[in-house]
Design a protein around this ligand. Structure first.
Ligand code: TRP
Length: 356
């Protein structure tokens, strides 16, 4: 795709996303939202400010929220981790801790919803190998591995993701910019399925991307926040560890603190996180810290973040004491998701003349 048409696609997605945001506020009951995470370790404050709080906001608005623990996706690019079970239940604990309410939202796992996975078969017939190769994430991995070492699940995981979204006819999917091509593929699959098997009446709605409005939180070293880089503050961490990690955060040699994300990304990121916790603007915080320097800024951040996370962490400790509760939440959600997936698959078989 040329750069200009890529930009047009992005701009179109962005304007749809703005319109959608307004619609969600006025008609929340018309929407089902699906999001998910890979269970590869504890969620961090990048997740919290980037997506988790938004999910809770949608739930409070009255949107029907589905949250997927994407356990099958963990084996696309790594061996099955020994801690998978702990990671899955940990993810459920993180969800409950931030306020996702299993009585209103559906929390479920890939591996527990058979009919969802079966949608992969017809969906795979609707996309070409060339189209999958063009998906930027797949393409990157394909090139990195020289094409041969990549496993076929990784190659086809955007199709799996389309099944995640379409099985429950979700019409809103919160995504970062990097996940937009996946959503485009889900829309394409919905369209092609409708054209081929259900042209009288659209069977699948085309899901819409809800682009994150939240500013991007970086890791404490100024690079992408990620577990493997040891630069993130997780929800499960305690206050002392948070303080210790913030002390190691990278800053620069100017004593006076200013908010300047382009020229001073590390310091600006610390200001941004503080601002997300307190609700003040980063500029106001910078003015207040001013010549007191980065040590003072770090102390202020530590206090603000620990305070912001305190109720979340308290709740997380409570729910973690009760592993049966976590398993039950996941089992109940997966059962609800299965009932929907079974129904979708049944109807789809009908449309494909496969009811015998
Ligand atoms: N791929 C997403 C991630 O790595 C997780 C995910 C799986 C997902 N299925 C999805 C996100 C469907 C949105 C919709 O974070």
């Amino acid at each position: 795709m040329s750069t200009s048409s890529k930009r047009e696609t992005f701009e179109a997605a962005q304007s749809r996303s703005f319109a959608l945001e307004a619609e969600l506020e006025t008609h929340p009951d018309c929407f089902r939202m699906l999001t998910g995470d890979r269970p590869t370790g504890p969620l961090h404050i990048g997740h919290l400010f980037g997506t988790l709080l938004n999910r809770v906001r949608m739930q409070e608005l009255g949107v029907d929220v589905f949250v997927l623990v994407a356990d099958y996706q963990t084996i696309t690019d790594r061996d099955l981790p020994d801690e998978l079970r702990a990671d899955v239940l940990g993810l459920v604990a993180d969800y409950l801790a931030v306020g996702i309410d299993p009585d209103r939202a559906t929390i479920f796992a890939h591996s527990q919803v058979k009919a969802l996975n079966q949608l992969m078969i017809p969906f795979l017939s609707l996309v070409s190998v060339a189209e999958l190769k063009r998906n930027p994430t797949v393409k990157e991995e394909f090139t990195a591995s020289g094409g041969s070492a990549m496993n076929a699940l990784l190659f086809t995981y955007p199709v799996h993701q389309a099944a995640d979204i379409l099985f429950c006819r979700a019409n809103v999917v919160p995504v970062g910019k990097d996940q937009l091509p996946h959503l485009e593929l889900a829309r394409l699959i919905a369209r092609r399925f409708n054209d081929r098997f259900s042209h009288q009446r659209s069977f699948f709605p085309e899901p819409n991307a809800l682009l994150s409005q939240a500013p991007l939180v970086l890791g404490l070293d100024g690079t992408k926040m990620s577990k493997s880089r040891n630069n993130s503050i997780t929800l499960v961490m305690d206050e002392d560890e948070t303080a210790r990690l913030i002390k190691t955060a990278k800053t620069d040699s100017h004593r006076r603190i200013t908010f300047d994300p382009i020229h001073r990304p590390e310091v600006s990121n610390l200001l941004l996180i503080t601002s997300l916790c307190t609700g003040e603007t980063p500029e106001v915080i910078a003015d207040e810290v001013a010549d007191r320097g980065s040590g003072y800024l770090k102390a202020r951040l530590t206090e603000a973040l620990n305070e912001r996370l305190r109720p979340i962490r308290r709740r997380r400790r409570e729910v973690s004491k009760d592993p049966v509760l976590l398993s039950t939440v996941l089992a109940r959600g997966s059962e609800q998701a299965s009932a929907i997936a079974d129904q979708t698959l049944g109807q789809l078989r009908g449309l494909m003349n496969m009811s015998y």
